[in-house]
Design a protein around this ligand. Structure first.
Ligand code: ZN
Length: 283
């Protein structure tokens, strides 16, 4: 299933048409898009999808897509999870994941503006696969890890490098969770829609120029490994998000460096999920 926050309402996207979940279920499911990331509702959603005649519904206008998970109870990002990005940043390859928080306030939609605060000159892009938890998860195993996930979406882990590396103490969370620093979308895609959910082509483009290109099969810690490691001591619940890390080609590691400025358009594309297109403003 391709699930969307369309005009603020839970929606199933079928052949380019927007099937409204509340209307199609005669009100037995609500309109809150958070419904979509709860696996408890997925059987009902699949029943709606298989019964719906898509062309009876309005054609989807992508301009009205919001974040498919607008209110994640919690969110984490993984630092240095692609070999190429670890090497370009001059660090050793990690032997266990390194994480930081991305709070609910940073989440915005796949076509929303990314706001660079006035005067911040080192705001960077990071194209990433984002996993979405779909049920309570504690002490997952590699074998059952994917069964805890409602699906995946594309995301950006926007980062103020000036704040992230401000001496004497590095602080990832604050630098990566400003308002609008976590666009996600355009859809929440269930794993069964993907040929191989552990090997997805991923690309980040700035002004049409390819800045990042990789495949999630190059993750140092793949999706099951992250779910296992994170759920050792932390209980996850429906709607929790993990930005799984970014490949090489980020702005701070380029020569010359390339940061986000007003007028930029940042595109993030993941195979089988779709493309986000976020304009950058300064204010
Ligand atoms: Zn990141």
């Amino acid at each position: 299933m391709r699930l969307a926050n369309y005009r603020g309402r839970a929606t199933i996207v079928i052949d380019g048409f927007a099937v409204d979940v509340q209307q199609a279920s005669d009100g037995s499911l609500g309109s809150d898009p958070m419904t979509l990331s709860d696996l408890a509702h997925h059987d009902a959603l699949r029943a709606i999808a298989s019964a719906a005649r898509a062309s009876d519904w309005p054609p989807l206008d992508i301009a009205h897509l919001g974040a498919p998970v607008p209110r994640p109870p919690k969110g984490f990002g993984v630092a240095l999870n692609y070999r190429q990005h670890a090497l370009e940043s001059g660090r050793e390859l990690p032997t266990e994941p390194h994480l930081f928080g991305k709070m609910q306030n940073c989440v915005c939609g796949p076509f929303d503006e990314i706001v660079v605060p006035l005067g911040r000159t080192e705001v960077d892009y990071e194209a990433e696969l984002v996993i979405v938890f779909g049920r309570m998860c504690k002490e997952a195993t590699r074998e059952n890890a994917w069964s805890f996930l409602a699906g995946v979406t594309a995301g950006q882990d926007i980062s103020d490098r000036g704040e992230q590396f401000r001496p004497p103490v590095k602080q990832f969370t604050i630098a990566k969770t400003y308002d609008t620093f976590g666009p996600i979308g355009p859809y929440l895609v269930t794993a069964d829609e993907l040929t191989n959910p552990d090997a997805l082509e991923l690309e980040g483009r700035l002004g049409g120029e390819v800045m990042q290109h990789s495949n999630t099969s190059d993750l140092i810690f793949d999706v099951p490994a992250l779910v296992v490691w994170l759920s050792r001591y932390i209980t996850f619940q429906p709607g929790d998000l993990v930005w799984t890390g970014t490949p090489g080609g980020v702005g701070e590691a380029r020569n010359p460096q390339r940061f986000l400025h007003a007028g930029d358009v940042l595109e993030t594309e993941i195979e089988g999920i779709g493309t986000m297109r976020n304009p950058v403003v300064e204010k």
